[in-house]
Design a protein around this ligand. Structure first.
Ligand code: UD1
Length: 404
């Protein structure tokens, strides 16, 4: 069986790393060193990794391959930055050639970035089966590019591997046949579990030494529960000055007097802050510690020991839930409701309205860490993904389709 798996942007890398390892494990279980295989020997999986090149900076891409031991991509489509139509269009054109040459049995896509959409559409048009890891998440916010990517990818996928039962329900409600849905758990938590001990050993000093964005005066954060951590990159938060400016005022005037604020900054956000003329005020504030985009282990370490995290990232919401870090999610909706306090998680939706953020910020500071582990977020999801692909039964889904 030949599988092409696809990555494009930073949040894909921690999802593909355990999947590639699980394929290796699967293959090693099929090969018996001496003599014939015991029992029924299934065929080996031939795997090709394609990187679309959407994220290309070393700190956004290469560093993650290295830290997570991901083998270098077999093929890089070199798509780079651009409008969404440019990214998707160029990915489709380049990926079509890859499919024509390689003729895989499956294309495996993860998450909800432009690479996920572009490669699932291209594969389906070439009559190649598509498997989507992290299927069924829904924010129901069509202004969010990722929601469009999720809807199209899930509609086209033959095999939909879900991280939680709420996502499986979403798919059933949309009419996806039961046989095509397999609840496997959250593959990102495989990466978290495999790396948390290494992350725990990193000191604050080394994070600062290796990642400071610029030389400036700053208040040194302590090792544990002595700092806030923020990440921001969603267009809805960073692309409009009337949204971004009050948010920054709140951080500078009301958070930094309480504790230092560590901010690994996304390239898009840095550009916007400069364009809107807010950058200098941030740089001048000694309570803000600006970092380059940081590595996987360093972010995990900062998350583990933050007193509070403010973020618009989906992945950080999930990691905070498992680590128990109180999390203010700077969005009005989430495709990951399992991470919310009402479902047992560590996060609360605060949107980008400062009054609401302020209220929840003060409430959240009084909350203690409460790590939670949703069902099957057990570090063994990747193995279940490989098994689901190998055991895929198209006849079963056809039968089911016929019944509807
Ligand atoms: C993408 C994903 C988003 C994910 C995020 C994580 C889509 C639709 N969005 O958003 O779901 O949460 O990645 O980071 O796929 N840039 C660089 N260097 C890079 C990459 C980007 O400088 O290596 C800059 C460019 O100016 C670019 C901008 O960042 O225009 C935005 O990058 P892009 O890949 O278009 O989207 P993200 O905002 O990163």
């Amino acid at each position: 069986m030949k599988i092409i798996s696809v990555v494009g942007a930073r949040p894909n890398f921690m999802k593909i790393a355990p999947f590639i390892r699980a394929i290796k494990d699967f293959n090693s279980r099929q090969t018996v060193p001496h003599g014939p295989a015991i029992g029924s020997q299934e065929e080996l999986i031939e795997h090709i990794l394609v990187h679309t090149g959407q994220h290309y900076d070393d700190r956004m891409s290469k560093a993650f391959f290295k830290a997570l031991n991901i083998p270098e991509a077999d093929i890089n489509l070199g798509v780079g930055s651009g409008s969404h139509a440019e990214q998707v269009g160029q990915t489709m054109m380049a990926f079509e050639k890859v499919l024509e040459k390689e003729k895989p049995d499956w294309v495996v896509v993860v998450g909800d970035v432009n690479a996920t959409l572009a490669c699932s559409v291209t594969a389906k048009k070439q009559l190649v089966k598509v498997c989507h890891i992290e299927a069924g998440l829904r924010s129901r916010d069509m202004a969010m590019p990722e929601e469009i990517n999720r809807l199209v990818t899930d509609r086209l996928s033959d095999l939909l591997l879900t991280p939680d039962t709420l996502s499986s329900e979403n798919l059933r409600d949309e009419g996806t046949p039961d046989n095509n849905i397999v609840f496997v758990g959250n593959i990102m938590i495989d990466t978290l579990e495999a790396n948390r001990r290494k992350a725990e050993r990193i000191s604050m000093e080394s994070i600062l030494k290796n990642n400071l964005l610029l030389q400036k005066q700053f208040i040194h954060p302590g090792e544990d529960k002595d700092y806030a951590l923020i990440t921001l990159h969603r267009p809805s938060n960073v692309d409009h000055p009337d949204v971004l400016t009050p948010l920054i005022n709140f951080l500078l005037d009301e958070v930094t007097p309480d504790m230092p604020l560590i901010w690994p900054i996304h390239p898009r956000t840095e550009k916007r802050l400069k364009t809107f003329g807010i950058w200098d005020r941030i740089v001048e504030n000694p309570g803000v510690i600006l970092l380059h985009p940081i590595g996987y282990h360093e972010m995990l370490r900062l998350n583990m020991h933050a007193r509070i995290i403010l973020t618009d990232s989906g992945g950080l919401q999930e990691e905070s839930t498992v680590l128990g870090t109180p999390c203010l999610t700077l969005r009005w909706n989430t495709e990951r409701p399992i991470t919310l306090r009402e479902h047992g998680g560590a996060s609360v939706l605060v949107g980008n309205n400062v009054d609401r953020i302020r209220k929840e910020y003060h409430h959240t500071l009084r909350i203690n860490r409460k790590p939670q582990r949703p069902e099957l977020w057990d570090g063994r999801t990747a193995m279940r993904c490989v098994e689901a692909i190998v055991n895929y039964d198209p006849a079963g889904s056809e039968r089911k389709d016929n019944q509807i």
